[in-house]
Design a binder for this molecule. Structure first.
Ligand code: GLN
Length: 238
């Protein structure tokens, strides 16, 4: 921890914040404070410098123009990349997975450099992937199924240094076969929902990485209900 609280940087929610993705930062903060682990959210808006002292960085989704602006800002203010290099936890959602890679080719076929945090490239697919996603976590990373919804045109190809977060049962994810990416403490997904309210096991994995301690169990009836309902919508048993 950089100070007496676990600090969660909510990065550019004014550009990258589709579908309430800021909720990922709220879930991390709440799941820590409810267990007595002091935590705070540090919001970094477009135009502001990005601190390199936070413990967790959370980046959400956005459309092609917004993500191009965001990547320029983050290259000019490389605080998150410096933090990632010293082992900070970084979560990237949708546009996040695309801008973290080496490059992304937008639907207008223009290729932009990414942040080089993730061994991957992204390019626009022939159609948008829209709908519920259900996937099995890779390598036993966490328990239960990964669920969420997707709305993206980009497809992502992982290089040898990155491994998939999960294997797709329903939906598209990166390419119809694998979903998301993990490289060190950088974890990416195409899933909204937001993804952490829908997958508290994933939130707890990020908390464990940030604090070095497996957090105590925390069952929330509302989350169980939400997961059961969404699994039914996807046609898969919870
Ligand atoms: N612009 C990207 C795409 O369509 C990301 C979309 C998103 O973040 N929801 O692929």
């Amino acid at each position: 921890m950089s100070n007496d609280k676990v600090s969660i940087a909510l990065v550019l929610p004014d550009l990258l914040g589709t579908y309430g993705d800021f909720g990922n930062a709220v879930v991390l903060e709440k799941r820590m404070t409810w267990r007595g682990i002091p935590a705070e959210i540090v919001t970094v808006n477009f135009g502001e410098p990005v601190p390199d002292s936070c413990d967790i960085y959370v980046v959400g989704g956005g459309e092609d123009t917004a993500q191009t602006l965001a990547v320029r800002h983050l290259r000019d203010h490389p605080g998150m990349q410096r933090a990632a290099a010293r082992g900070a936890v970084v979560l990237g959602v949708c546009a996040g997975i695309q801008i973290f890679g080496e490059s992304f080719t937008r639907a207008d076929q223009v290729t932009h450099p990414g942040l080089g945090l993730l061994d991957s490239t992204s390019h626009a697919g022939g159609s948008r992937a829209i709908g519920e996603v259900v996937a099995t976590p890779a390598d036993g990373l966490f328990e239960g199924l990964l669920t969420g919804f997707e709305n993206h045109q980009g497809r992502t190809v992982l290089g040898p240094s990155a491994r998939p977060l999960a294997h797709v049962k329903v939906g598209t994810g990166n390419d119809g076969s694998v979903e998301g990416a993990v490289q060190g403490r950088i974890l990416c997904t195409y899933l909204h929902g937001p993804v952490l309210p829908r997958n508290p096991q994933l939130a707890d994995l990020l908390i464990e990485w940030a604090t070095g301690t497996k957090p105590a169990p925390l069952e929330l009836e509302a989350v169980t209900r939400l997961r059961t309902e969404r699994a039914k919508a996807a046609g898969v048993p919870a």
